[in-house]
Design a protein around this ligand. Sequence first.
Ligand code: TQI
Ligand code: CA
Ligand code: ZN
Ligand code: ZN
Length: 408
Amino acid sequence: MQKFFGLNVTGKVDKETLDVMRQPRCGVPDVAWFSTMPGGSIWRTHNLTYRVVSYTPYLPRSAVDDVFEKAFQLWSDFSPLTFTKIFSGEADIMISFLRGDHGDNNPFDGPGDRLAHAFAPGPRLGGDAHFDVDETWTVEPWTEDYSRYNLLYAAAHEFGHSLGLGHSSDISSLMYPTYQLTSEVLLGEDDVNGIQSLYGEKQRPPINPSIRKTVIAPKVCDRDLTFNAVTTVRGEIMFFKDRFYIRPMNNYLEEEVNYISVFWSHLPSEIDAAYEFQEEDIVLFFKGSKYWVVQELNELAGYPKDIYSSFGFPRTVKKIDAAASDEYTGKTYFFVADQYWRYDERQRSMDEGYPKMIADDFPGIGDKIDAAFYKNGIFYFFHGTEQYNFNPKTKEVRVLRTNSWFNC
Ligand code: TQI
Ligand code: CA
Ligand code: ZN
Ligand code: ZN
C-alpha cells in the first residue's frame, strides 16, 4: 500500500500512511484518479526543451533518441505542450542515464527495484529525468522477460512526473505507480485527464483522431458495459473485456479490474470466449480459431492450438462467440452466431446432430451471445447490455442488466 501511494516503504503504520488510509476510498465510479506532484508545480510555458545529457552504452543512441521523442509525443498529442530537443546548455528537462549515487539523494541500486525517477517542474533539477544505467532497458515493444524494462514506457511515465503528474490509481494509466507494460505504450484516459487538468486541451487536435488512441479500463457501472467473455475460475466468476478482466467482489469490496496479463501473460486481449472444465481444473480461452489452456496461474505449454483439429469444428467457424460447460454432464456448449454446438469433454468429441439453432433450444435469450457461463444449473448469457439467466430444465428466463454482478 505504501508503494502504491508513493510513500516510503517502511512496512510500518506511520503518520503519513495513516493519513492515506484515513482518506475516503472512493466507491463512486468515473472520478479522477490522477494526482499531481507534491507542491503541485507546473511549467509556466507550454514550449519546453529537453536534452539528452548521457546515454546508456547498451542501446544505440539513435534508438534512445527515438524513444524519448515518442514519449514526449504521447504527452504533446493530448496537451498544448511542445517539446524541442536541444544539444547544449540548460534544457527544461535534462535526461541522463546514471548509476548508483549520483548526487541528488535518490541513489540508484543496480538492476531492478529503482528504475528511474524524475523531478517536478521547476528550475535546475526540476523536470529532470534520470534512468538507472544498470537496468536492461529495451526498445522492443513487449517482452516477457521481467528483468528487462521498456524504455518508452518508463520515459513516458517519468516525463509525466517531469510535467507535474503524480501517480494515478487507474490501472490503465501510464502514471500507475508500478511498471506494467502489457502491449502498446499509450496514455490512459486518466493520463489525458491529468495532463489536461494541468495544461488544458490541445489547441488544434490532429485531423486523424486515430493517432490519439488511449487505453480505457472498463467501468463496471457504465450502463453500456458489454463483455468479450466470461467464465468461472475455480468457481469464481471472471469477466473479460479488451485487455482487462473484472472480478466481482463481495458486498464489502470493490470489483477488481486488472490486466489479463497479470494472471496469464501469454493470453491475447479481446478474448472471444472462455470456459472452465472443473474436472481437470483447467480454463480454456478462445480467440479466432485459436485456444489456450491454463491451470490456475500456469499457462500450459504447447498453446495456442487450433479449434478445428482439437474440437472438430468445421473450417467455416472463424470464431466462437461464447462457451459454457456443465460440469455434471461434462458437456460444453459453444455458441457461434445463431447456432450452438455441444461437445462431450469425456469422449473428447462433438456430439452428433450439431449445430442446432440457439433460438430453438434456448428460447427467450435472443439469437446472438457475447459471453456465457454455467453455474449451479443455470446458464448465464450476456448480449450487449442485457443478461439472460436461463434454466435449461424449466426454460425459464430472467432478464437483467449485464452489470448486475457489480455493486453499482
Ligand atoms: N521510481 C519512482 C517512480 O518513478 C520514484 C517515485 C516514488 C516517485 N514515489 C514517487 C516519483 C512519487 C514521483 C512521485 O514512480 S521507480 C517506473 C518506470 C519506478 C519507475 O524506479 O520506483 C515506474 C516506478 F521507470 F518504469 F517508469 C514505477 Cl512505471
Ligand atoms: Ca535499479
Ligand atoms: Zn537522480
Ligand atoms: Zn512514478
